[in-house]
Design a protein around this ligand. Structure first.
Ligand code: ATP
Ligand code: MG
Length: 564
């Protein structure tokens, strides 16, 4: 088998960095950061940003910080900080001793704000939030200056200090940058820098009752950390002039912001707003439900960090938004696990087979290959006995012409076992359904080949009934029935596209005894059925296997059709 070598797509950010390195900009340093807000769990879109930021630092011998962008006390929690750290580590990245918090910069940011007031570049506004919105104008209508815009520096300093001391209620004053109320870019119309919130913060407690806005904080945090390339998603392109304004007016170190297109995936939503509805309204079991696009969901489902990193590399970075086919992510997983996952036999939809010429109490240990892709993974013993389970779909009483599996009078190969021939069936008298298939085996065909050169077309998997472990299998489909969830109309209800059949629980299915006590998170290829991963819900009495993906690689198929 030949595997085509994968060439990564061009990466315009690397071109920029290489150009900067050539010119000696930033003394040849590359220093990036991944800046999540600890208000939820990371998802596959964040993984793209993580791989990009940590990946670039690694590639150019630089550094990458992990920074919590934590300026909203209402929604942020320590629990999310810990989860983010765990997820970034699990993906395989290391921030070393550079875990930072925007909330650690509150004092410094306050000083910067005072600086801008002193320069006549910021003022305390006392319009109500509604009035501020009204005065802001629209894309077609210029904004209007606030009557408080021309307060003196002394008055502004005094009011701002009293805001900090807690003398005023929420919403009574804000600190705004004094830029231009008729600027064509709405972000430049005297944006708010500080608001009053008498809300404790998960890290600073009650020390502050004024909080800096994201825009004011973000660019200055990058500056404080001496980030060279501040990489963010496209929606911040319109904020760049404001960031430049803050940095230039303050005359501080100035990182270079570079925007790239965020990841969108077919049949998937990636906005925290939607994801939290799925959790809160019970459409999934939690943030780590194996159907969720969160890192914890993917992890529980059985995705490997290697497959996710490979995926992020393959999708590359672009300047234009697009939707990536989720089949590519699945393809990356299959490629990874094909090389690494041990094979095993399991039967999801059991049908009993009795080998009538096999001795009642005999048990044989047959040798099975653990991974045909990797000799070093060796072999294992699989018990064989008179009564087996096979898949219901591997038997047909009245088969069509091209059906090569078991049927009355037909001979098939049992994987790693013998040739068997169906000689009789037993039916449920009330339904007519076949409940037992009677076969004979040919003792000369041990190991799955015949010394007389007799060929059989079909090979089916099986487990020995008396040795098999009864297990639960969870079979998944996409959470949504619509591919382009990212193109929902304004106000359209995303819940109408929830797939009611995204989870199918199968019990009992039967797995070979070598899987007894398989540890949580271990992954297997169940022959012909797909890749499976042991779920944390497993117990010795009831092991639970998540199907990560089936073996049908729709991505490869699409690529072949495209002739690439
Ligand atoms: P959401 O839209 O899911 O609420 P967010 O952008 O508000 O996500 P943050 O915690 O602010 O979440 O994101 C941290 C970093 O991850 C930011 O730099 C952001 O640009 C990046 N990021 C978030 N979503 C994506 C995505 N879909 N593709 C690429 N990068 C993303
Ligand atoms: Mg954000």
């Amino acid at each position: 088998m030949t595997t085509k070598k994968f060439t990564p797509p061009p990466n315009f950010i690397k071109n920029i960095i290489e150009e900067d390195l050539k010119k000696g900009k930033y003394e040849g340093r590359v220093h990036t950061r991944f800046p999540p807000e600890p208000n939820g769990y990371l998802h596959i879109g964040h993984a793209k940003s993580i791989c990009l930021n940590f990946g670039l630092a690694e590639e150019y011998g630089g550094k990458c910080n992990l920074r919590m962008d934590d300026t909203n006390p209402e929604t942020e929690r320590e629990e999310y900080v810990e989860a983010i750290k765990e997820d970034v580590r699990w993906l395989g990245f290391d921030w070393e001793d550079r875990l930072y918090f925007a909330s650690d910069y509150f004092e410094k940011l306050y000083e910067y704000a005072v600086d801008l007031i002193k320069k006549g570049k910021a003022y305390v506004d006392s319009l109500s939030p509604e009035e501020i919105r009204e005065y802001r104008g629209t894309l077609t209508r210029p904004g209007k200056e606030s009557p408080y815009r021309n307060r003196t520096v002394e008055e502004n300093l005094d009011l701002f200090e009293r805001m900090r001391k807690g003398e005023f209620p929420d919403g009574s004053h804000v600190l705004r940058a004094k830029i231009d109320m008729s600027h064509p870019n709405l972000n430049m119309r005297d944006p708010v820098m500080y608001r009053i919130k008498h809300v404790p913060h998960y890290r600073t407690g009650n020390r502050w009752c004024i909080y800096p806005t994201y825009d004011f904080t973000h660019c200055l945090s990058d500056s404080i950390e001496r980030i060279t390339h501040s990489i963010c998603t496209l929606e911040f392109e319109d904020h760049r002039p404001l960031y430049d304004w803050f940095l230039d007016e303050l005359g501080v170190y100035h990182p270079q912001q570079i925007e790239f297109a965020r990841l969108n995936l077919t049949y998937t939503v990636l906005s925290k707003r939607y994801l939290s509805v799925l959790v809160k309204e019970g459409f999934v079991s939690g943030w780590d439900d194996p159907r969720m696009p969160t890192i914890r969901g993917l992890r529980r489902r059985g995705f490997t960090p290697e497959a996710i990193r490979d995926f992020c590399e393959r999708i590359g970075v672009a300047k234009r938004n697009s939707v990536v086919d989720i089949a590519l992510l699945e393809h990356c997983l299959r490629e990874d696990l094909n090389k690494r996952a041990p094979r095993a036999m399991a039967v999801l939809d059991p049908l009993k087979v009795v080998i009538i010429n096999y001795p009642e109490n005999q048990v044989e240990e047959l040798e099975a290959i653990n991974n045909p892709e990797d000799q070093a993974m060796g072999t294992r013993k699989v018990p064989f006995s008179r009564v087996l389970y096979i898949e219901k779909s591997d038997f047909m009483e009245d088969p069509p012409k091209k059906y090569y599996r078991l049927a009355p009078g037909r001979e098939v190969r049992l994987r790693y076992g013998y040739y068997i021939t169906c000689v009789d069936v037993k039916k449920d008298p009330s339904t007519g359904e076949v409940v037992e298939v009677h076969c004979t085996y040919d003792p000369a065909t041990r190991g799955g080949w015949s010394p007389d050169g007799r060929k059989v077309r079909g090979t089916i998997h099986w487990v020995s009934a008396q040795h098999a472990i009864a297990a639960e299998a969870r079979l998944y489909d996409y959470l949504f029935t619509r591919a382009d969830m990212v193109n929902l109309e304004e106000g359209e209800d995303f819940k109408q596209y929830i797939n009611p059949e995204s989870l199918k629980v199968v019990y009992p299915c039967y797995v070979e005894p070598s899987l007894l006590n398989a540890p949580v998170e271990s992954r297997y290829q169940f022959e012909r059925l797909g890749y499976f991963c042991v779920d944390p819900d497993s117990s010795p009495d009831r092991p639970v296997f998540n199907r990560i993906v089936t073996l049908k690689d729709t991505w490869s198929k699409i690529q072949k059709k495209l002739g690439s």
